[in-house]
Design a protein around this ligand. Structure first.
Ligand SMILES: Cc1cc2nc3c(=O)[nH]c(=O)nc-3n(C[C@H](O)[C@H](O)[C@H](O)COP(=O)(O)OP(=O)(O)OC[C@H]3O[C@@H](n4cnc5c(N)ncnc54)[C@H](O)[C@@H]3O)c2cc1C
Length: 541
């Protein structure tokens, strides 16, 4: 087979054409030098895929996969890494030595089943591959010798909206559909899923379900879980198809076991998801707080007032500065409400009343739009935030070319636990920077809020100090992850477990639940073909 065209960068986030150019990266280097009080940072040129070191295939293409599989070097290289910081650094350095041996592009469920049967027969590991945007090593090949080879199973040829149930307002969609592909098809029916993870452009419905992705909604409809009605999953032991039900109290729900299963129990081929009408009314406002603690208190009060804003993002002063939302002296709470049915003015007004009563200022006032009203004039912070949200991943890749360590981690905790967690994370990051001889910053925003607690999202930016940048990253990542678990928070709110988070996930989940997951794996994948070492330990054979 011939490989699909690929405008995406082979090493960085997103489209190759959108990585900041040399001049923009030089400017970014000057800004980072200002932020860290270190430097200078000069950009290295971009690497070429031709010069990359790619492992040779260790096994031939099985005859029954020949029509939809390839061993082409460039295709295998592009399926080697996800898009975590260490993934991008390794790829930037031309290291594709752990490339899968084969890549298959099944066109339907039957071909997925053929691929799994061939893998079991030939002793291959299978890695389900959606958009490859994992930041936790979820699409990386296992490194051991338990398998003769590794097959990356790319689902993106299965990208159709198959059926729409207008009465239930739900759609049946194939797992390989990326965000834009499924939204385009749903819009033909007048609907939208409105699930916008930051990786929306390239990640897939199957990837979202497999990782329990978090969308842009700050409250309600946050995780893809909230939108999934039923799933179809091909396992090495047959098909698992769950019933379409709005709700059920009949025992543990089977589709909930598949949500977050990260490809270790089966390959998700399609899902029925709840869709909605496109919102017509959108209202937003940005509230400034001189004190971060006052901003946290206001955010909690709004989260507990049953107002359900679609956006309720709190940025600390550094986050507000680096995302060009404010000048770095205030925390900023960005509020937005939307509806297809009615103007949400009363809810925004009440949220503003709460925020202002707790020390906030809203100098620009609210912005209210009805469809056709264009972009929200005057809502500068919200617009700046939206643009920064889209550009952020490209900036992170650009920082790699400057030799800067930059990554994010996210968590969730109860409101009462947040102050101690926040202080402990600042301390452990500071100590990790010092151990590496690095200069760094740690900033915080809330991406999602619940009545019982926030989902804080942290960004660290640091010099490599006296170590290789991958070692400095590992020191910081390890320190903050230890702190998350020690303080009773979760290792991830929406980035999933994969290989990177597994050591901390194993401390977080009850030991007996680990045994339950292992038993489920044994039932559907006794040969341990699927994603060995992701989420749960590899089956010993
Ligand atoms: C810049 C950036 C921003 C991000 N923003 C967000 C965000 O806002 N919210 C969020 O939740 N995540 C975010 N992520 C993480 C990532 O995008 C999500 O985990 C996403 O759900 C992965 O989807 P994917 O299609 O790219 O899956 P992949 O990366 O291809 O796969 C992820 C995991 O799921 C498995 N898998 C994929 N498809 C299937 C399938 N059909 N059946 C079974 N298993 C499968 C893979 O084997 C792997 O273990 C971000 C990542 C980046 C790089």
């Amino acid at each position: 087979m011939s490989a699909p065209d690929e405008p995406r960068s082979h090493w960085a986030w997103g489209l190759a054409s959108r990585l900041p150019d040399l001049a923009a990266r030089t400017l970014l280097g000057e800004q980072v030098a200002g932020l860290l009080g270190a430097g200078p940072f000069a950009p290295l040129p971009e690497p070429s895929l031709d010069e990359a070191r790619v492992r040779e295939p260790r096994c031939p293409i099985p005859a029954d996969l020949a029509a939809f599989a390839t061993a082409e070097r460039a295709v295998r290289a592009r399926h080697t890494h996800g898009r975590s910081f260490p993934d991008q650094v390794r790829a930037f350095r031309g290291d594709f030595l752990n490339a899968p041996d084969l890549v298959a592009f099944p066109r339907d469920e039957a071909e997925v089943a053929v691929a799994l049967a061939a893998a079991e027969r030939e002793g291959l590991a299978v890695i389900p591959f959606g958009g490859g945007t994992s930041v936790v090593g979820g699409v990386a090949a296992p490194t051991g010798t338990a398998h003769r080879g590794v097959l990356s199973l790319d689902l993106r040829a299965m990208d159709r909206v198959i059926e729409v149930d207008r009465e239930a307002r739900a759609a049946r969609i194939q797992a390989g559909a990326t965000g834009p592909a499924l939204e385009r098809q749903l819009s033909d029916h007048g609907y939208t899923l409105r699930h916008y993870p930051q990786s929306f452009e390239f990640s897939t419905l199957g990837g979202w379900v497999a990782t329990r992705a978090g969308g842009h909604f700050a409250t309600l409809y946050t995780h893809i879980d909230d939108l999934v009605e039923s799933v179809r999953v091909v396992t090495p032991r047959g098909l698992l198809a769950t019933r379409r039900l709005p709700a059920s109290g009949a025992g543990p729900a089977p589709e909930r076991l598949i949500l977050g299963s990260e490809g270790v129990l089966g390959v998700i081929t399609e899902a029925w998801v709840r869709v909605q009408e496109r919102p017509r009314y959108r209202e937003s406002a940005s509230v400034l707080f001189a004190s971060f603690h006052a901003a946290v208190a206001a955010t909690r009060a709004i989260a507990q007032a049953a107002l359900f804003p679609s956006n309720c993002r709190l940025l600390d002063p550094t986050e507000a500065l680096i995302n060009l939302v404010a000048d770095g002296s205030d925390s900023v709470l960005i509020l937005a409400f939307e509806s297809a049915d009615h103007a949400p003015s009363a809810r925004l007004d009440r949220a503003l009343e709460i925020a202002i009563s707790l020390g906030g200022r809203c100098p620009r006032g609210p912005v209210r739009r009805v469809d056709g009203g264009g972009r929200a004039a005057g809502d500068g912070s919200a617009e700046a935030w939206r643009q920064a949200f889209l550009d952020g991943p490209y900036r992170q890749s650009a920082l790699i070319t400057l030799g800067v360590v930059a990554d994010t981690f996210e968590t969730c905790c109860t409101w009462g636990a947040f102050p101690a967690l926040h202080a402990a994370l600042a301390r452990s990051a500071r100590e990790a920077f010092a151990r590496c001889g690095a200069r760094g910053t740690l900033s915080c925003r809330f991406t999602h809020v619940y009545p019982d607690g926030p989902a804080p999202y942290y960004t660290f930016v640091a010099t490599p100090g006296d170590r290789d940048m991958l070692d400095t990253w590992a020191e910081i990542k390890g320190a903050v992850s230890d702190t998350l678990v020690a303080e009773g928070a979760t290792i991830t709110h929406h980035h999933s477990v994969g290989r990177v988070h597994r050591p901390w996930y194993e401390q977080e989940r009850p030991p007996l639940f680990g045994a339950i997951l292992a038993a489920a794996k044994q039932a559907v994948d006794p040969a341990g073909v699927l994603n060995p070492g992701v989420l749960i330990p590899e089956i010993e054979r």
